[in-house]
Write a protein that binds this ligand. Structure first.
Ligand code: HEC
Ligand code: HEC
Length: 253
């Protein structure tokens, strides 16, 4: 009997943990917002709209859509990603307040474009030749960011501007670097790592280059993307098809 009672208590505690105990408290999201600004905004953006980390206003999440999934992502981090674990720095109450904040910014308006996913997939691998630089589910090349989960991580607006005007918002970690060598030859590529002494980059053929600063004339970051602008390449319907395809990329981990 005693053992049964303990088991019931444990079960009850676990169940209480699966939904946000502060869900009905309007203050919780507000205090969560302040913590978010300090700890999370550098990666997720000041209004949670995304940056280095995914857009959290989309209202659905790769880690799962339940309160406990969001709690777990914040407390334990997302293994194999840049998302840190906060469980040892924040108590349960503070984590639930962050969950409340994340819920409060969800838009829930499923984004759609009047395009056709299958036609967009053809544009991606065919006319657009996007696979020359991007990977989707293991297919393609790793010069630019992996797009396997682009539809979960990015908003329609972000995806559209990435394709139409790549220079406007360069994905962190994928900037362009230009190296002028002592023989006058220049090499441009996507930055892989850069510090005071050396630079590693990948050129558009997918080849790695590594330079030590003292062996070259200059190493400079450039404010343009190596991704070509597709602003005038596609018709409006091709663009809609392509965006529908990108939004459909929800990956699986
Ligand atoms: C160093 C950058 C960084 C910081 C700081 C950071 N995150 Fe993240 N976060 C990420 C990345 C990257 C992911 C995507 C992980 C993945 O699925 O690959 C992520 C994922 C998440 C997810 C899951 C989203 C989804 O769709 O599955 C939540 C929720 C989240 N972060 C909340 C937070 C909160 C709250 C904070 C502050 C306490 C925070 N993050 C701080 C980078 C960061
Ligand atoms: C020559 C290489 C190249 C080609 C071809 C290319 N891209 Fe890119 N793409 C990049 C690079 C490099 C970046 C990162 C810099 C930036 O943000 O522009 C990028 C960034 C992106 C991003 C933003 C990803 C993120 O999560 O921030 C999207 C979306 C994207 N590309 C889609 C496409 C699509 C769709 C096509 C085909 C129509 C395409 N790209 C063709 C190199 C390329």
């Amino acid at each position: 009997m005693f053992r049964l009672t303990i088991a019931l208590i444990i079960a009850a505690t676990c169940r209480a943990q699966s939904t946000n105990p502060l869900a009905g408290d309007p203050q919780a999201a507000e205090t969560g917002r302040w913590t978010f600004r300090i700890l999370c905004a550098p990666c997720h953006g000041i209004h949670a709209g995304g940056g280095r980390g995914p857009d959290l206003t989309r209202g659905n999440y790769s880690v799962g859509d339940r309160d406990q999934d969001l709690y777990g992502a914040i407390a334990r981090g997302v293994p194999g990603s840049e998302m840190p674990a906060y469980g040892d720095r924040l108590n349960a109450d503070a984590v639930w307040r962050l969950v409340s904040y994340v819920r409060s910014v969800a838009r829930h308006d499923a984004e759609t474009v009047p395009g056709d996913v299958a036609a967009g997939e053809k544009v991606f691998w065919g006319k657009g030749a996007c696979g020359q630089c991007h990977r989707v589910g293991g297919k393609g090349s790793g010069i630019g960011p992996d797009l396997t989960r682009a539809g979960r991580q990015r908003s329609l607006k972000y995806l559209r501007s990435s394709v139409m005007t790549p220079d406007s918002d360069i994905t962190p970690g994928y900037g362009t670097v230009k190296v002028v060598q002592k023989d006058g030859k220049t090499i441009s590529g996507v930055e892989r790592s850069i510090d005071n002494f050396s630079v590693q980059l990948m050129d558009l053929s997918g080849k790695y280059h590594s330079f030590v600063r003292e062996d070259v004339i200059s190493i400079a970051r450039e404010s343009r993307s190596l991704m070509p602008s597709y602003g005038t390449v596609f018709s409006e319907s091709e663009m809609n098809d392509l965006l529908a395809y990108l939004l459909s990329l929800r990956g699986s981990r």
